[in-house]
Write a protein that binds this ligand. Sequence first.
Ligand code: WT7
Length: 669
Amino acid sequence: MSKAAAPNNTSSQLQENRVFKPAKEFAGRAHIKSMAHYKKLWTESVTKPDKFWSAHAKAELVWQKPFKKVLQWKEPFAKWFIGGQLNVSANCLDRWLGTAYANKAALIWEGEPATDGKPGEERVLTYSQLHREVCRFANVLKRNGVGRGDRVILYLPMVPEAAISMLACTRIGAVHSVVFGGFSAQSVADRIQDSGAKMVITADGGYRRGAVVPLKKNVDDALKLQDAEGKSLTSTIEKVIVLRRTWNEVHMAEGRDVFWHRELDYVDDKCPPAKMDSEAPLFILYTSGSTGKPKGILHSTAGYLLGAKMTSKYVFDLRDEDVYWCTADVGWVTGHSYIVYGPLANGATAVMYEGAPNWPEPDRFWRIIEKYRVTILYTAPTAIRAFMKWGEEWPKKHDLSSLRLLGSVGEPINPEAWMWYHRVIGGGRCPIVDTWWQTETGSIMISPLPGATPTKPGTATLPFFGIHPEVVDDQGKAVPKNTGGKLVVRKPWPSMLRGIWGDPARFKETYWTEVKHSYFTGDGCRQDKDGYFWIVGRIDDVLNVAGHRIGTAEVEGALVSHPSVAEAAVVGRPDELKGQALVCFVTLKTGVHATPELKNELRNHVGKEIGPVAKPDDVRFADALPKTRSGKIMRRLLKQVAAGVEIKGDTTTLEDLSVLAKLTSAEEG
Ligand code: WT7
């Protein structure tokens, strides 16, 4: 573990004096209208958590059976709302039937535009229509042998059926695990193996920048993969359901693979929601850590839903008339909590877009905002920096006056990007909510409330209700204001992860041993004089590349699985667009020569092993990796080398890093 993080850079410090107060007319209509109101509620929520959560759980959720006890905390294992029963799909759908929301748009879907320049397809599903589709597909799942507690892998493009399959799983108590469409066959196989999934739901393909991503083909490949002993990784899979999206040719295995649309012929649209215990597993989502393969983060029913619902309502200040758009993919936790569960549990209208921000042109987002009169936009700093690079002329072509609130997530937002977002996209009038959270936290943890919290560019500001974060030193003691340290959370919260699937020891080790009696986030942070939290970024061996979380150990594992590679070390390098770029230092086996071809081959190899998102930006060959006397790779040093001047010309020559090691080993060894 690296040292506690240093204070933030000067450019953010300069911004500390720039304070943006919520406009009067905004605050006047907001759920939380003032700092005094926020502080009162927050204080109540952390001093009397049982009372606070009990009242909100009763008010926000529809229960099939009331809970008896709010929290049972046996560190690090929490159980929330014990004795209660409820169904997530019923909370997102059935509760709106027979109300004015029944015929309101739940999902507005915009497909990727066709290559010939025609606009994207469009589909709108009202609450009542979405309810019917979910019930029908839940019956398809049942018909194909899926029941309570069974794991189902979802490997789908960004189409309404992604949300429909998630909700259908929750309706019958099955546990979904969504795998991002940009992950490889190997990653799909690893997740099937780890979760013991019975079924894969996929599509013939998905569109990305005019090309077809062959999802079903990847699943076929995944289902053929074997371990070193020749044993199948995916023997638990009984059925594959295939959605027709692109209508490209796919292979269908007799008896195993069935088409979504054909299956619908056999079912009706009646499917009562299963009664699920509050703590019943809801979904598993794999995310990268600092060691080994990705871990299956487990979320459970009641606590997760309450967190997603309440944060959506208060952080995005949702109103009935809003058109809310979160640009994430459902393959990430942001898509789970803020495209599907949070908005639908609030009866909101959510936009879902299939394609890329710059296809066919860099104004794709702004076109969509103008077309649907989007009022709330939630996106990532890496996207904002790309828009800045593409130029103001693209947003300027469109009427963005419908926007009233902007959100940011995924990495620290640099003040320059914040200011641009505020001025160019928000027209200077929209509050920005910079929301800090993680796959593990389930919902937003630190964020402004837009009607109450004065914001400063670059800080996620203050904790959400019931959340008790602190910045601590290596001994776990809170540090004074304006001092860097580790970000921890002192108390359990309803939407916290319940564990790592199948690995309670790793759960304890990863999150609950670094700092005593606290959840360790892996992030470095500092609080300013107003108590605002300034997240610095990861201080473990996890990289954040364009908002995607990538474990260095995982990439190193992929590299050494290549026959030419002896050793590998992976570090991040600051990158203007992506936040961090992935730089790999590699030593080769005896007799293997460093060539530009090999460099490319290794990049592609990682892309194939993990997925295009993990493709290294740079592969550098070295004769030896700098190590401490105890044999630990000196990452700090490699980071400096990676961040230093690029070696011009033939970059494939071997770098003599062992020399550097000798120079510095005295200090680190
Ligand atoms: C890591 C979690 C939470 C959804 C997307 C990412 C970084 C996330 C912020 C923010 C600074 C942020 C942290 C965190 N992060 N949001 N607003 N400011 N950093 O989820 O893949 O689980 O990654 O993303 O480093 O630990 P994730």
